[in-house]
Design a protein around this ligand. Structure first.
Ligand code: GAR
Length: 201
C-alpha cells in the first residue's frame, strides 16, 4: 500500500487552482496525496511555470500533435500510467475527455467547475462563459463544484460545493475572481485530500 496517492494535475491556463493545490500540500492540508506530475494541453501555459517553480515534473501533450482524439487520449493515458498516477485532477483543463479515457480511471478523476452544478454546466460552459451566463440569468448566488469525472460533461457525482454571492455591478471577471478565491481554491484542495485518503485506504 502506498502512504500517499500519486496525483497528476491536468491544466490548460493560468493554473491558480494548481497553485492552491501546491500551497495546500505545503501547508499539510493535502497530506494524503502528492502532486507528482502536471500535464498541460497548451504549450506555454503559465501553470507549467508554477509547477516548475515547485519542482514538479511537467509534460505538454497537445491535441494538434495527434491525428485524432483517440491518439491524444492514448498519449495522456500512457504518461499517467508510466508515472503510476492514482488520482487525476482536472484544474482548468479545457479539453473534453471521452468515455475511453474516463472509464479507464473510474472514481480517480476529479474536476473543479466554476458554478453550482447543475446550473451553468455541460458543453460550452467553461471559464468566463460560465460567469457570463450566471450574470445574464441574474442569479444572486453562484459558486463552485468539485465532482468526479465520467463520460457526461460535468455530470459525475458531486464531491463538494461552495456558494458565493453575486454582487451588484459584478462583471464576469470580478465574479470569476470571487468564485475562485472564496470557493474553488478552498474546495479543490479539500476534495483532493478526501479522495486521496479514500484511495490509499
Ligand atoms: C477555473 O475557474 C476553473 O474552475 C475553470 O477554469 C478556470 C481555470 O483557472 N474550469 C472550467 O471552466 C472547466 N469546465 P486556473 O487555470 O487559474 O485554475
Amino acid at each position: 500500500m502506498k502512504s500517499k496517492a500519486d496525483i497528476a494535475v491536468l491544466v490548460s491556463g493560468g493554473g491558480t487552482n494548481l497553485q492552491a493545490l501546491i500551497n495546500a500540500e505545503k501547508k499539510g492540508i493535502l497530506k494524503s496525496g502528492e502532486i507528482k506530475l502536471v500535464i498541460s494541453n497548451k504549450e506555454g501555459a503559465f501553470a507549467l511555470e508554477r509547477a516548475k517553480r515547485s519542482g514538479i515534473r511537467t509534460s505538454v501533450i497537445t491535441k494538434k500533435q495527434f491525428a485524432n482524439q483517440s491518439d491524444f487520449e492514448d498519449a495522456l493515458i500512457c504518461e499517467l500510467e508510466k508515472n503510476g498516477i492514482d488520482l487525476i485532477i482536472l484544474a482548468g483543463f479545457m479539453a473534453i475527455l471521452s468515455e475511453k479515457f474516463t472509464s479507464r480511471f473510474p472514481k480517480r478523476i476529479i474536476n473543479v467547475h466554476p458554478s453550482l452544478i447543475p446550473s451553468f454546466c455541460g458543453d460550452g460552459f467553461y471559464g468566463l462563459h460560465v460567469h457570463e451566463a450566471a450574470l445574464k440569468k441574474g442569479v444572486k448566488v453562484t459558486g463552485a463544484t468539485v465532482h468526479y469525472v465520467n463520460e457526461i460533461t460535468d455530470g459525475g457525482e458531486i464531491i463538494l460545493q461552495k456558494a458565493v454571492n453575486v454582487l451588484e455591478g459584478d462583471t464576469p471577471e470580478t465574479l470569476q475572481k470571487r468564485v475562485m478565491r472564496l470557493a474553488e481554491w478552498k474546495i479543490l484542495p479539500m476534495a483532493a485530500e478526501m479522495v486521496s485518503q479514500m484511495l490509499i485506504k
